[in-house]
Ligand binder design. Structure first.
Ligand SMILES: [Zn+2]
Length: 379
């Protein structure tokens, strides 16, 4: 039954450039070859070295490993929706990953109806009786609020309107944070958190955005019924990943900690957003060297600066407003001069953008949801 349901979902998917995409069904899921990805995005054909592969283009690159779920796109690490596979000497990537990750990163200017960025909603995690992660040198709620206050000042100095879910040490329910954000238009949402490891230790930076419908959350490999629920935030899938890319790349470049990647989750605070939103984890309260760094004002100031930088780069990428001479919004985290291909004509137009496949995607998800409901009723 599950097999049939998954095929139902996957058959209804549509990718652009029909002549270019050869769909391969694997694990009841639609995959395309890296060769097709390279052709569509005007990149060189994939080069393999052992299990590793590499695609390069004008200012763009995609690196990954066969059977892995991590890829580096323009130097930034992503956890893919589904693993990379091989078949008949070709390397395959899921169509979902092309539509939901690669497309908005390589062609952010093609994101439909991307809102202007005039207001930034900053959300300091936790507060009041909810301390968040506790480390030897302090509590997450205090570090998060300090970074938010520093970022607020920097963003205002750079012409943004800033609204904060909290400005003091107080408890605010998660639902209220998204509700507050949703009162604003032409705005984006950035939640600031710090991490902890249940086993102690831990190091590095990670950024979360909403898992698309039909994609497992976090490190899960199997789909659950709840993965097909539609949330307001799904209307912003392309913007979410573009914003995550810009801010995460700035954090990694500025703070220099390990890049743990851009990941997917269904946190309450991001799934209910009607505006683009992300949640950043700026290091581990529970482990050195992170905890020692987080305790210093200079680290928190650098993190605030990285948030400003990421917001500027996102604005440049989706609106075309040139805040940078070389807009590297979705480009390398290690090479700030890398320029992504922001020219729609060069990137394969007039072929429709994969983002345009949303309607078919939603139809497919609706079919699966109905089928799952019937299955639950015993039909
Ligand atoms: Zn937290």
């Amino acid at each position: 039954m599950r097999l049939v349901l998954t095929i139902l979902l996957l058959l209804a998917w549509v990718l652009p450039a029909p002549a270019a995409w050869n769909i391969v069904m694997r694990d009841n899921r639609r995959y395309v070859s890296l060769e097709d990805v390279a052709t569509f995005y005007k990149m060189s054909q994939p080069v393999s070295e052992g299990q590793k592969f590499r695609l390069t283009g004008a200012g763009t690159s995609i690196l990954g490993t066969e059977n892995g779920r991590d890829v580096l796109i323009n130097g930034v690490k992503y956890v893919l929706c589904f693993p990379i596979l091989t078949q008949g000497g070709r390397t395959l990537i899921s169509a979902m990953d092309v539509v939901k990750i690669i497309e908005p990163i390589l062609r952010p200017q093609k994101i439909k109806n991307a809102a202007a960025v005039r207001t930034v909603i900053l959300d300091a995690g936790h507060g009041g009786h909810d301390s968040g992660a506790r480390g030897p040198l302090g509590a997450e709620k205090d570090a998060a609020l300090d970074v938010v206050l520093r970022a607020k000042k920097l963003l205002q100095e750079n012409g943004y309107q800033v609204r904060c879910t909290r400005l003091i040490d107080t408890f605010i329910p998660l639902e209220n944070r998204a509700g507050f954000a949703n009162k604003h238009t032409n705005a984006i949402f950035v939640a600031v958190h710090f991490n902890k490891s249940n086993t102690g230790g831990g190091t590095g930076l990670e950024t979360y955005c909403l898992a698309p419908r039909g994609v497992p959350s976090m490190d899960e490999e199997n789909l659950r019924y709840s993965d097909f629920v539609q949330y307001p935030g799904h209307a912003r899938d392309p913007e979410n990943v573009a914003l995550a890319t810009c801010v995460h790349a700035s954090l990694v470049r500025t703070l220099g900690l390990t890049d743990r990647g851009i990941k997917r989750a269904r946190f309450v605070v991001i799934k209910n957003l009607k505006l683009p939103g992300i949640l950043v984890e700026g290091g581990f309260m529970s482990g050195a060297p992170d905890s020692r760094l987080i305790a210093t004002p200079s680290y928190r100031q650098k993190m605030a600066q990285a948030i400003l930088d990421g917001v500027n780069r996102y604005k440049t990428a989706v609106t075309g407003q040139m805040l940078y001479q070389k807009p590297s919004a979705v480009a390398s985290a290690t090479d700030p001069t890398t320029v992504p291909n922001l020219d729609g004509k060069a990137a394969g137009s007039p072929t429709p953008s994969p983002v345009g496949a949303k309607t078919d995607d939603q139809n497919a998800v609706a079919q699966v949801k109905e089928a799952l409901e019937n299955a639950a009723k015993g039909n």
